[in-house]
Design a protein around this ligand. Sequence first.
Ligand code: AMP
Ligand code: TRP
Length: 345
Amino acid sequence: MAFKPRVFSGMQPTGNLHLGNYLGALVRWVEMEKTHECIYCIVDMHAITAAWQDPKELQTAIRDVTAAYIAAGLDPRKSILFNQSQVSAHAELAWIFNCTARLGWLNRMTQFKEKAGKDRENASIGLYGYPVLMAADILVYRGTHVPVGEDQKQHLELTRDIAQKFNSDYRKEIAEAGYTDGEFFPLAEPVIMGTATRVMSLRDGTKKMSKSDASDLSRINMTDDADTIARKIQKAKTDAEGLPSEEAGLASRPEADNLVGIYAALKDTTKLEVLREFGGSQFSTFKKALADVAVTRLTPVNAEMRRLVSDPAEIDRILKDGSERARAIAEPILAETKRLVGFIG
Ligand code: AMP
Ligand code: TRP
């Protein structure tokens, strides 16, 4: 079957979103909505796989991420924005896929190894099965394009392996159901979102900006006010030289490269353009300009996010509406899957 292009992606409900999340994920996903049918899922069921989550904090994080996406420009009437646990088809299809996927496949998953660490015996079954649920998230909508970070590539390969094995395990039933090319589930493709949007720490240009960095000066949080943003940029690590006039001049100057990259991303332009303007300037001048751009771009998003989270009932309504629209797509696909497997109902 020629599958209709459909974008699906999931995001963990983690609080403290920062500039890296904004430029690397939020802005990208908002962009895709202009050209594609998009389904964006806040994966609350994945959120409880690694460590026990405080229920109140989990609720807050789900609403914060929802608000962040809408504040960044996502239109919840156009795209479907919802939280995973409201659409039980994900969990049901994941069970069927648990019986499709092989232990050997999951044993190779590097994220499990990283997250489980040395005490593997004590990891949850959910953490082990995490990639199977992820495959179900995508395939229950017959998602064809999945924007993710580089680290999710292996999970996407597993998703394709599961789709392929399901299509092959049930090929007779799939053919009888009228799928002449034998494809019931699509082989979903990753859309890897570029390295250009790897935003690095403001304190160390070789480390990714991350919510887990002990120093708050290393990142710009989506909730920082204008003064805090300006102060953090002022204090950002740089080297002693001025800005070069060509991109080659940024090589082996990770902090300079990062700040120029952030400026370019915030202005929707290229590093070369930025260097055309600032080549030869001192960092003191450039940092002032960068702070202005960052404040201009981020404060309206901050304000909108704050406005949205002040009305949790409205966010919950948006998630409920998204879930209903998601269910309308997922349920018929799940029902058909169950029939293929031989379940009666
Ligand atoms: P995380 O909070 O690390 O799970 O990331 C959520 C999303 O933000 C993922 O799609 C990441 O690829 C993206 N992301 C996180 N940190 C950065 C960063 N420093 N630069 C660019 N993208 C990032
Ligand atoms: N594992 C993804 C991450 O940590 C989140 C995720 C869950 C996801 N289900 C998904 C991403 C389905 C894409 C498609 O970033």
